[in-house]
Design a protein around this ligand. Sequence first.
Ligand SMILES: C[S@@+](CC[C@H](N)C(=O)[O-])C[C@H]1O[C@@H](n2cnc3c(N)ncnc32)[C@H](O)[C@@H]1O
Length: 318
Amino acid sequence: MDTVKTATQFDPTADLILYEGDCLALLPQIPDRFVKLVVTSPPYNLGKPYETRLDMDEYVAQQRKVITECVRVLDGRGSLCWQVGNYVEDGEIIPLDIVLYPVFASRGLHLRNRIVWHFGHGLHASRRFSGRYEVILWFTKGHDYTFNLDDVRVPQKYPTKKHFKGPRRGELSGNPLGKNPSDVWEIPNVKANHVEKTIHPCQFPVELIERLVLALTDAGDWVLDPFMGVGTTAIAALMHDRKAIGAEIMPEYVQIARERLAQAERGALRIRPMERSVYDPDMPGASLPPQVVRLGPTPVQGRLFEPRASYDAEDEQE
Ligand SMILES: C[S@@+](CC[C@H](N)C(=O)[O-])C[C@H]1O[C@@H](n2cnc3c(N)ncnc32)[C@H](O)[C@@H]1O
């Protein structure tokens, strides 16, 4: 991508639409089936600086309006990924995926995975176990959907392991393209020392969204984030030659999103690369250095294996 054509209102000829305001004002501007992927982390109703704590019924009613519009604008082969944690009150947790699941089901979506995003850092609890995961509910609109598994495979644990008996004796037993990343993703969350940290209290790590963008969309597709924050979804989409549209209600976050995207356009935004191993104190030099974002088709870094076309996808039945 040479230059990114940016718009502040819906414009189908743009590469990037960053709407400053309520997503419920942007969504009606988007035509039916326009986007291939909706990926977002909505407000959790925890009283963060950008949200007013609502009664749970009111919160769900508000989310229902956004979800209904997101389903309308979703392509028939498209996916919707809602990343949520817990609502907490008086030390009692209410998992928001459980609360919101009936809303998605009532809109006819099909749940493909409940991905557990596991991370190492967070508040230390004293009257329950410290929370170290959140979830991503991945739904598809239909039964025929885009899923580019080969683009998001991760290295095999034992890449040279071979069949030791039977007709395939001596052949590699694992897929040389790598293995399915599974539904438990260990990806550091963006805390103080993370290379991507901004002032936002809960931004996505870029690599979390890259995996979804690569697996669930093709080049040129539109990716929507109705609660855009500091623009992480747009960065992940544009760095892989997709187009991005999103809304954010807080002007200071929109400003940071613009700055991050401008940095990315000049090749000056540093991110934690996908597939970097999580820090291992016994092997401090083992992981990849930060990656500098480039927009357009970005080669996936850190691949430790070579594609081999003749492989039969054994053990991969679903
Ligand atoms: C959990 S954060 C998302 C952060 C984002 N994933 C990122 O990487 O920066 C939710 C965001 O939604 C924004 N927000 C809340 N209500 C909104 C609304 N009605 N329309 C648009 N944005 C809203 C908040 O200001 C906040 O930045």
